[in-house]
Write a protein that binds this ligand. Structure first.
Ligand SMILES: Cc1cc2nc3c(=O)[nH]c(=O)nc-3n(C[C@H](O)[C@H](O)[C@H](O)COP(=O)(O)OP(=O)(O)OC[C@H]3O[C@@H](n4cnc5c(N)ncnc54)[C@H](O)[C@@H]3O)c2cc1C
Length: 132
């Protein structure tokens, strides 16, 4: 079947990179259509940590506060035995980007859902075709 679309940019793949590309283009008034072969978000964890750089990108797009509600601050890495004894702890150094903390725990499908929701709110600037 042939379909016609009118957009400035075509994005192939609507994972986190595709969504951020669409949001960035929308911010500068550039319309995009994203073609995503899967019907839904990949349902497994994959990424479990993002850092302050990622949050600065979200901040630049004006979506950091809503993402903040879907992720958890990561204060340190701890190795704990089954009986609860801590055998090692690595504290993270402070962020050099003015954000606190430096790392965040995420569940990638939840974070992606929030990114897609933010993109959907852009209206006509971002069109998505799932299953394409
Ligand atoms: C086990 C594991 C652990 C990880 N841990 C971390 C971590 O802790 N921190 C971190 O930052 N990152 C981590 N990552 C990496 C992170 O998951 C990826 O970097 C991130 O998902 C990449 O996003 P993306 O949008 O580039 O690609 P993807 O998430 O792979 O999205 C690409 C999208 O493009 C679609 N697509 C592909 N080809 C086509 C096509 N021809 N036509 C249409 N659609 C297409 C796919 O269906 C998919 O939805 C981890 C990855 C794995 C596997």
């Amino acid at each position: 079947m042939t379909e016609s679309h009118d957009a400035d940019v075509a994005i192939i793949g609507y994972g986190p990179t595709g969504v951020i590309a669409a949001l960035t283009l929308a911010r500068y008034g550039v319309s995009a259509i994203a073609l995503e072969r899967d019907a839904d978000i990949y349902p497994r964890a994959r990424a479990v940590t993002v850092n302050d750089w990622t949050m600065r990108i979200f901040q630049d797009l004006g979506i950091d506060e809503r993402i903040d509600k879907r992720i958890d601050p990561q204060r340190a890495l701890r190795w704990v035995t089954y009986d609860g004894t801590e055998i090692m702890r690595v504290e993270h150094p402070p962020s050099t980007l003015g954000r606190k903390p430096r790392f965040y725990n995420i569940y990638q499908p939840t974070m992606e859902a929030e990114l897609r929701a933010a993109a959907q709110e852009q209206g006509d600037r971002i069109a998505v075709r799932y299953g394409s």
